[in-house]
Design a protein around this ligand. Structure first.
Ligand code: 5AD
Length: 349
């Protein structure tokens, strides 16, 4: 086990069978070593910096029917909202003053936000704050739409693949297509975005081989960012009685991802902070190097409920920057308020 972990540490690659061996045995033996190697890798690439993004949840309307997600189209218990351009700009103003230099605009797949509206929002933010990076995360769009956003000045795009296993993907989605999700990620890469893929850990019926596939898929795609969080049930979905993914399994997947993709930007996600009060810090100690506190207006934060128990205030609120900084310092890291681009992006490392 230790030799395999060290081989991965040196080569940033293992075949799927060896990876599967690690996944099947890590709980018993080797976990500390894996975390240590992931930490060393992150120290070599990004040092002790933690990058920060302000997350603005622009709409909880969604036309999709992802079975696990609390804002899916069939959930009639959601109090739906959309932010106006003015509201989004107020979030950016607040964030900019606090020192944030990346804004992540995330939302459900909401047909109200036509391309011209998105373009208008992006142009308005970029003209007021030319030194910020904008990340979009509004789901699957056509190549042309992605291209339009990019040409308007969007720097990065987050689109989790959710699971690289076709069987599981098709089980947890009704109308989304696995092939279209994968194609969308390739389109985003081709256009030139810094691309974020990612997956959930502990999806009902997910096995170790599915998780191994996630890592092998990521290694091939070579995204600039990877978002990994535990699946957490939402009370109005069919998975309401299922168990959440565990902190331990999520930490293992974060550490393995850091070893396979040493230069990736890896958030310690809100979902991780939601299942354990120390989740965010534990993620940072296992190779994660980004946090994304919530910069949405306080009045809508509870409405963007993708799963039960989602934290969005206190340490998770973008306004709590001093508290965030001291927590990060307490585990040996330094908050970096720059845009925080992927250091390998557009270089030949
Ligand atoms: N548990 C954990 N993560 C979820 N997401 C959606 N629903 C859930 C859930 N029930 C994640 C998906 C999506 C991201 C925005 O939130 O991975 O891509």
């Amino acid at each position: 086990m230790l030799e395999l972990i060290d081989k991965l540490y040196k080569k940033n690659y293992l075949e799927k069978e060896q990876l599967l061996y690690i996944l099947n045995h890590i709980e018993v033996y080797g976990k500390d070593h894996l975390i240590k190697r992931a930490h060393e890798t992150r120290m070599k690439t990004y040092g002790n910096k933690v990058y920060i993004r302000g997350l603005i949840e622009i709409t909880n309307h969604c036309k999709m029917d992802c079975k696990y997600c609390g804002i899916n189209i069939y959930n009639k218990n959601v109090d739906r909202y959309r932010l106006t351009l003015e509201e989004i700009l107020i979030c950016c103003e607040l964030g900019y003053r606090l020192g944030y230099r990346t804004f992540v605009l995330q939302g459900g797949e909401d047909s109200y936000f036509r391309d011209d509206i998105i373009v208008d929002i992006v142009k308005s933010i970029k003209s007021k704050y030319p030194d910020v990076a904008i990340t979009l995360s509004i789901g699957e769009k056509s190549y042309e739409s992605y291209k339009k956003y990019y040409e308007t000045g969007v720097d990065r795009y987050l689109l989790r693949h959710e699971t690289a296993s076709r069987r599981l993907f098709e089980k947890i989605h009704i109308s989304s297509s696995y092939d279209n999700r994968m194609k969308s990620l390739l389109n985003l890469k081709e256009i030139g975005y810094q691309v974020g893929a990612g997956f959930m850990v502990g999806i009902p019926d997910q096995n170790k081989e599915d998780l191994a596939e996630d890592i092998i898929f990521l290694k091939k795609l070579d995204p600039e960012m990877v978002g990994i969080g535990p699946f957490i049930p939402h009370r109005s979905t069919i998975y309401k009685s299922e168990k959440s993914g565990t902190l331990e399994d999520t930490i293992t997947m974060l550490a393995l991802t850091r070893l396979y993709l040493p230069y990736v930007l890896l958030p310690s996600t809100t979902a991780l902070g939601s299942i354990d009060p120390k989740g965010r810090e534990k993620g940072l100690m296992a190779g994660a190097n980004v946090i994304m506190p919530n910069l949405s207006p306080k009045s809508v934060r509870d409405k963007y409920a993708l799963y039960d128990g989602k934290v969005s205030f206190g340490y998770e609120g973008a306004e709590s920057i001093d508290c965030i900084r001291s927590k990060i310092n307490s585990v040996g890291f330094q908050l970096d308020m720059s845009r925080g681009d992927n250091i390998k992006w557009r270089t030949n490392i």
